[in-house]
Design a protein around this ligand. Structure first.
Ligand SMILES: Nc1ncnc2c1ncn2[C@@H]1O[C@H](COP(=O)(O)OP(=O)(O)OP(=O)(O)O)[C@@H](O)[C@H]1O
Ligand SMILES: [Mg+2]
Length: 688
């Protein structure tokens, strides 16, 4: 028999990629089977708050120290579904705050009765955080650790065949045990549990639909509830937003179109004819967002845009864990309720009555923008890391855009000696002379609103995309293209209405451009000044001499092995590069030795790259030692002799190897730096 190539491909792919968990995820059995599962692993009965908290923890944690403060970092937010696609960068404090609130909800300390309200400026990753939680829950429900169960009713049809009618709110099977006997039942179950540390505690009654089925059967079996339980099939429950199981989203539409049935379900008019009454639970669809989100979580997008009519549903759902479907009694729910709102919306409603009722029943979690440069860069790298973008993105392009965005969020330091750019660097982990970790904490404390204002990552993302499209005939995108886009977009930015602010943002753009000049000058210098190895050697040499000098010792000559006086000329030639006057040299040298000493107490090794000033000094020295061997300014003239061309190619090669350029962008940057030098702009790079 002939098989088509397509068929063969399909067979092979199916063989190689079986859905291994299919059987597990589709487990079904009797109620008694389920009791065996619960006895062996009582945690399958966890409520939604317990489950979401455990889900986050299941990914692991790290203890980190940021500016002397110990913070628990939750790996969940790094890459929850393991595809490197979605992540929240930075925001360790915000996330640890959020997880703490979930922890106290899981323990039943009260926050389980509140709406969790993520609040922050536009584009601060509120939706991203909620999305991660949803995806995380979906995935967790597929694992052994995160397993949960629900049930269907066996229904005998008039023709004698049976069908399964699922519980519309996919409730925990133990809710089938009548409230009157539940306590005793759970006590007995807990006594037999394989995990006594976890106490099974299933609260709440069945939804109206299941209640109806229950009552009917109870009558049929003369009140023997255990026989009713024989009429159900218990099955594994996999949460899935796409299937509207356990994960819901409510998004306000235009006000006239909002209807409470979207939250709590609606009458099924077709079925009224069949069942004769509007209040027959079989003629009602329990498919509102609150219904379907039972067991997992519900997200309220822009919760403050919600019509007041919904307020009571929301407040009841959070405070009482109950919703009120039309024509039915209050119905118990078990789900985490998370809303989000942006700062402008929140401000607008600050004095509103609606807000007051809500504020009282919410836990507000501030989600600021990232204020650490490296984290902001990661946001853009995630978007443009090669796969979706065919164009080459020149080094520092994303970094410069990120630098501007982060600076726009920082308050100008009160300390006149510190620029906003320097503050950014301090936050980013660079050391600056005269600034300690305590100073950085003080800086953060004096700027309480920091991160809650400024440019949003979304604006920057849009402009980077524009730049990618706008310069379609260019082989790459460089920082100038993106910075220009960022600048021209300011004119039409709908959220920045203040002219002063625009002026401020433009100033920051020129600061970024200056910084870019410094960075590329420095890179070209470093590319010329050989490699990191030579720098490390120079550094080691310098440190040896400084050490000998401060301790009034001799240095051993590498070649002769003879002790000699520290090489004052070498030390000064480095220090002069960063304007250390003769009178300050002792202080500077001591500072460095203290720094190295402190590091070694912590068991850490000194790396000159963490000391920006020293690094600059070393590079300038090395550059000076080598620059005459290459005539950079001759690049501008475009007529190069063979020897110069060869040297330039070496430099270009280093730019490509060490600094991530491609051929075209390396040529660009060499030309650009050559033009800076040709302008006679030979001012020493700023230090810091
Ligand atoms: N800390 C961060 N980590 C990762 N990505 C971030 C971060 N902050 C912002 N982003 C990115 O910025 C973009 C906007 O984020 P998101 O939509 O989650 O913001 P939001 O707070 O919900 O905004 P809005 O208030 O406008 O609804 C997304 O592409 C997101 O990935
Ligand atoms: Mg959002």
């Amino acid at each position: 028999m002939m098989t088509s190539p397509g068929r063969e491909l399909l067979d092979r792919l199916a063989r190689e990629n079986p859905l291994t968990d299919f059987a597990k995820n589709h487990w079904s059995g009797t109620f008694a089977d389920y009791l065996d599962i619960v006895r062996a692993n009582p945690r399958v009965t966890r409520n939604a708050h317990e489950r979401i908290y455990d889900m986050i923890l299941s990914h692991g944690t790290d203890e980190i120290v940021i500016h002397k403060e110990k913070i628990t970092r939750y790996r969940f937010f790094d890459d929850p579904i393991g595809e490197g696609q979605d992540a929240v960068f930075g925001l360790e404090k915000t996330l640890s705050n959020l997880v703490q609130i979930l922890e106290s909800a899981a323990r039943g300390y009260g926050t389980e009765r509140r709406v969790l309200l993520l609040h922050g400026p536009v584009g601060s990753s509120k939706s991203t955080i909620v999305r991660l939680l949803k995806r995380g829950l979906e995935q967790y429900s597929r694992t052994d650790d995160g397993a949960l169960y629900t049930f269907s009713w066996k229904d005998t049809l008039p023709d004698g065949s049976t069908s399964l009618v699922p519980c519309p709110m996919h409730e925990e099977p133990l809710r089938l045990v009548p409230i009157e006997v539940r306590g005793a039942f759970l006590n007995a179950l807990n006594a037999e549990s394989a995990d006594p540390a976890y106490r099974i505690n299933v609260l709440g009654d069945l939804d109206p639909f299941c209640r109806y089925h229950f009552q009917q059967r109870l009558a049929k079996y003369g009140g023997d509830w255990s026989r009713v339980l024989e009429d159900v099939v218990v099955r594994r429950l996999i949460l899935s937003e796409a299937d509207r199981i356990g994960i819901g989203t409510f998004q306000p539409k235009d006000e006239k179109n909002q209807d409470a049935t979207e939250l709590t379900g609606d009458i099924n008019y077709r079925k009224i004819a069949e069942f004769g009454s509007e209040s027959d639970p079989r003629a009602f669809n329990f498919d509102g967002e609150f219904n379907i989100a039972n067991r997992g979580m519900i997200e309220f997008v822009e919760v403050l845009k919600l019509d007041v009519a919904f307020l009571y549903d929301l407040l009841g759902a959070s405070q009482e864990h109950k919703i009120k479907p039309k024509k039915f009694a209050q119905t118990d729910i078990d789900e985490v309720i998370i809303g989000h709102t942006n700062e402008p919306e929140y401000k607008k409603l600050q004095n509103n009555e609606f807000m007051e009722a809500l504020r009282d029943r919410t836990v507000k979690i501030d989600v600021p923008y990232v204020t650490r440069l490296t984290d902001e860069v990661k946001i853009y790298e995630k978007d443009y890391n090669g796969r979706r973008v065919k164009k080459f993105i020149a080094p520092h392009t994303l970094e410069m855009a990120a630098m501007w965005a982060v600076m726009s969020r920082l308050e100008t330091p009160k300390n006149a000696g510190l620029s906003t750019l320097q503050k950014l660097k301090l936050y980013n982990g660079k050391t600056l002379p005269g600034f300690t970790e305590d100073n950085i904490k003080e800086l953060q404390e004096e700027a309480q609103k920091e991160g809650m204002v400024g440019i949003s990552p979304r604006y920057v993302q849009d402009k980077i995309s524009n730049a990618l499209v706008a310069f379609s005939d260019e082989p790459n995108v460089n920082p100038f293209m993106v910075l220009n886009e960022l600048e021209s977009g300011l004119k039409h930015h709908s959220l920045i209405t203040s002219d002063d602010l625009k002026v401020h943002y433009r100033q920051l753009l020129s600061t970024v451009k200056e910084e870019y000049d410094e960075i590329v000058k420095n890179e070209v210098q470093r590319a010329i000044a050989a490699d990191e190895e030579a720098l490390s050697r120079l550094c080691a040499n310098y440190i040896d001499n400084v050490k000998a000098y401060t301790q009034r010792e001799k240095v051993r000559n590498k070649f002769t092995g003879q002790p000699e006086d520290p090489d004052e000329r070498l030390m000064r030639s480095i220090e002069e590069k960063i304007d250390i006057p003769e009178s300050r040299k002792d202080d500077f040298r001591r500072e460095i030795m203290n720094y190295i000493g402190a590091l070694s107490l912590d068991g850490k090794k000194f790396d000159y790259r963490t000391n920006e000033r020293l690094q600059k000094a070393l590079e300038l020295k090395l550059f000076q030692d080598q620059k005459d061997t290459i005539k950079l300014t001759s690049l501008v003239s475009n007529v190069l002799d063979k020897e110069t061309q060869e040297k330039i190619d070496i430099v270009k090669g280093r730019l490509i190897r060490y600094f991530g350029y491609d051929d075209a962008s390396a040529t660009d940057v060499l030309n650009y730096v050559a033009s800076i030098f040709a302008r006679g702009d030979v001012k020493q790079p700023r230090t810091g």
